[in-house]
Design a protein around this ligand. Structure first.
Ligand SMILES: Cc1cc2nc3c(=O)[nH]c(=O)nc-3n(C[C@H](O)[C@H](O)[C@H](O)COP(=O)(O)O)c2cc1C
Length: 210
């Protein structure tokens, strides 16, 4: 197996190969571009893997699917599909999602300071697709699918989600072109504990038998 470096490196680097001075310069150039000087990943990484290749490798990781919702500045609701959901801590109760920093949802969570994560069931693929679609306006209201309620923070929760967690934003950690959003759980529920929706290799799967 070999890794394709970013286009600016213009060559292949094999695992185990000692990074050349140009690779060293490259990783500092990339680190500078993303403003992550002195981070552990910057110092430890010898090569920068080309992003389409990295996407294909990461697609082999299976995950559940959540819809992250938040409150718009005008009081309306917004949300997007995400697979980067993780439980972070039990005491205090913290969860995280990792969102593209330029996504509307990420910007709105920063603005409102609240969000909810809704875990989708195996039969809710349509909701996953809808909230991932880049097109959204009055005619293509993402919330037109599913029954939605309002949790205590004001974020929308799916009444028949497998589970939902309603959170107050506690931290935003920049991570390259993404932001790790950490929230303190204010309320949580498991309205419909059925088999979850699974996402693997860019395909939805109906999940484990439950
Ligand atoms: C299954 C699935 C999982 C996704 N997971 C993430 C994720 O974890 N983080 C992210 O930034 N985008 C993720 N996306 C892409 C967003 O859902 C998509 O870019 C969305 O249109 C963003 O909406 P917004 O710009 O209105 O916030 C995922 C898409 C799919 C289909």
């Amino acid at each position: 197996m070999r890794f394709r470096t970013r286009p600016e490196c213009k060559r292949w680097i094999s695992p185990g190969e000692t990074p050349s001075p140009s690779a060293f310069r490259l990783r500092h150039a990339v680190a500078g571009r993303y403003g992550v000087r002195n981070s552990v990943s910057t110092i430890e990484t010898d090569v920068t893997v080309e992003s389409n290749y990295l996407r294909a490798v990461l697609a082999q990781w299976a995950s559940g699917v959540v819809v992250v919702t938040t409150v718009r500045a005008d009081g309306g609701r917004h949300g997007m599909t995400a697979s980067s959901f993780t439980g972070v801590a039990l005491d205090p109760p913290l969860i995280s999602v990792c969102l593209v920093s330029t996504s509307t949802t990420c910007r709105m969570i920063r603005g409102s300071g609240v969000f909810a994560a809704n875990v989708l069931g195996h039969d809710q693929q349509n909701i996953g697709r809808r909230f991932a679609s880049p097109v959204w306006n009055a005619a293509t209201d993402r919330f037109a699918a599913g029954q939605w309620d309002t949790a205590s923070t004001g974020a929308a929760v799916l009444t028949d989600a497998v589970a939902w967690l309603d959170c107050v934003l506690t931290a935003c950690h920049p991570a390259g072109d993404h932001t790790i959003i950490v929230g303190a759980v204010q309320d949580a529920a498991t309205p419909r504990p059925i088999a979850p929706l699974i996402y693997h290799d860019r395909t939805y799967h109906e999940g484990i038998v439950r």
